[in-house]
Design a protein around this ligand. Sequence first.
Ligand code: HEC
Ligand code: HEC
Ligand code: HEC
Length: 257
Amino acid sequence: MKKKLCVIAMMAVLMLWGCTPDEKKAEAPPPKTMPTAVQVKDKAVEATVAAKEKLKEATKEVVEATKAVEEKVEEKIEQKQEQKDVVAVQEEKVEEATGAVEEKVAEKTEKKAEQEAAVAVQEEKVGEATKAVDEAVEGKAEQETAVADQEKKVETAEKVEKKAASVVEKEGQAVTTTVEIVVIDNNKGKVILSHKKHAEAYGCAACHGDQKPGPFKMEKDKAHALCQGCHKEKKAGPTTNCTQCHQKKDKKAIEGC
Ligand code: HEC
Ligand code: HEC
Ligand code: HEC
């Protein structure tokens, strides 16, 4: 019982003590380790100095870092600038090259145009020359035709003149003859001359010559020369075909006509 009471009493004391611990602590005297005000101040000063130093260091570091960054930035900027410069130079070069190319292209284009113009001029000249040649050829053809026409005319004129001359002959000689047919008898076979037809076509002088037309002597050679000569010249009338002039002897009937 004594023991139980003791425990209860202790618990009660403990409980009471435990209810006001703060008051008891506050009341408690400062610990023996607690620094004095001077000590606190010294410590604070020390801490401040340390902090200041740390701050200084930190500041220094920051400044250095900033410097480094700035340097790097500057470097970058410089590099950038250099690049820009390079780009600018490049651009300038490109511009120059472009200009040169453009100039060359312009030059080439101009030359091409000039050449084309020259070709066009040449073509025109060729065309003109061709035209001139064509015209000349045409002119030549026309001239030739004209010459041919002229020659024909001259020939015709000569013929007409000859005819007129031989027809008119001396002092209004007769243009024709009443003697229709002349029969020239010979041993080879009599020759029948279409006298009027020949007389009207070639005039009296062609056979009668300067003499007054009338009966005349011819004989073989003279007759052949006169008759065949004109036929050959005119390319008409009998020449080597004897029977076209010389009638067969048995054809006496013609004489009778
Ligand atoms: C192709 C030649 C030829 C021509 C051209 C010609 N005669 Fe003759 N003529 C003769 C011959 C040939 C005779 C006969 C000659 C003979 O036998 O003597 C003849 C005879 C004559 C005779 C004679 C007739 C007779 O019966 O005697 C007279 C006239 C005549 N001719 C007039 C003319 C007149 C005019 C012309 C021109 C208008 C003419 N003759 C043109 C060849 C020609
Ligand atoms: C100046 C030229 C000339 C002379 C000269 C001449 N003839 Fe001709 N004779 C002709 C021509 C041209 C023809 C062709 C006519 C035709 O085909 O229409 C021809 C045709 C003929 C013919 C064929 C048919 C015809 O038209 O009568 C006989 C035949 C002939 N002559 C005979 C004679 C005899 C013969 C003489 C010579 C006495 C003679 N001729 C002299 C020019 C001539
Ligand atoms: C264009 C006409 C003509 C032709 C073609 C012709 N003759 Fe004749 N021939 C005459 C006449 C005209 C005479 C007459 C001459 C005279 O007697 O005045 C003649 C005369 C002759 C005579 C002379 C006859 C005699 O009596 O002397 C002989 C030969 C002759 N002829 C041969 C020929 C032969 C061959 C040929 C052919 C190769 C020929 N003749 C072609 C016109 C012609």
